[in-house]
Write a protein that binds this ligand. Sequence first.
Ligand SMILES: NC(=O)c1ccc[n+]([C@@H]2O[C@H](COP(=O)([O-])OP(=O)(O)OC[C@H]3O[C@@H](n4cnc5c(N)ncnc54)[C@H](O)[C@@H]3O)[C@@H](O)[C@H]2O)c1
Length: 252
Amino acid sequence: MPSHSAKRIAVLTGAGGGIGQVLARRLLAEDYAVALIDKQRPDYEVGAAEEGNVLRMAADVTDGAALRDAARDVEAHFGGVHVLMVNAGIGPSGTVSQTGAALWDGVLDVNLTGAFNTMQAFLPAMRRSQGVRSVVLTSSVLATRGARNMAAYGASKAGAIGLMQCSAQEFAAEGITVNALAPGPVQTPLLDSLPGDALAELEKAVPMKRLGTPDDVASAAVFLAGPGATFITGQVLVIDGGLSGRAYWRDA
Ligand SMILES: NC(=O)c1ccc[n+]([C@@H]2O[C@H](COP(=O)([O-])OP(=O)(O)OC[C@H]3O[C@@H](n4cnc5c(N)ncnc54)[C@H](O)[C@@H]3O)[C@@H](O)[C@H]2O)c1
């Protein structure tokens, strides 16, 4: 018998990262049991009462077989999958002129092929589960807005939106929604490579005058995964404090 006390089951990749850790805690607070997946087994603490609702796993999203094993283990342990948060990602910079094959392949492998592998591994268990079911991919505002030195990253995140839109059509008739989040800059280790003054400049450029927080992203993810969003599918929800909507050339 599956052993957990939660109402619904969620799977989260990139669970050890800045957004992942906060999202995991939010999902537990919302009464999900959560399978935490990252390249290294995520070992951070959750509340003692919640520990029985957590399954910690190591899997590289570029390894489809490892993800299929993980999916089998999650289904055996928790009894199903309702929510899939496709969140693992890397964000190295590079212009089109400078990006070598290794960087290009590495970013596409994790951010796009990894998202595909994750969905292909876990969707069969979701189809066997009942009730509200949803996939939420973490894309980026860089999928639809250009940054001169983020060629591979922007392409991978745009690809993830294409993947999301096609799978939203594929699974709509079964009641499984598939949507994407498009965060602007969020204060996490992913931004560590930016120099301090670049972060300050970025903050100033955001109409709300701050960077996003993992909580901002988690709130949107929980909404899209939940019972209030069951007729929303194939959409991109932007979480950027107004940044990508800003006509900066007309600002006073
Ligand atoms: N932080 C931002 O500004 C920002 C903005 C837009 C989108 N995003 C996206 O949000 C998601 C989470 O990013 P974050 O900000 O928490 O960054 P992060 O670097 O803190 O976390 C990313 C996590 O993904 C994991 N990961 C990387 N490669 C993996 C692999 N091959 N297999 C399994 N796990 C792997 C890492 O170990 C890490 O725990 C990413 O997809 C990122 O592209 C972040």
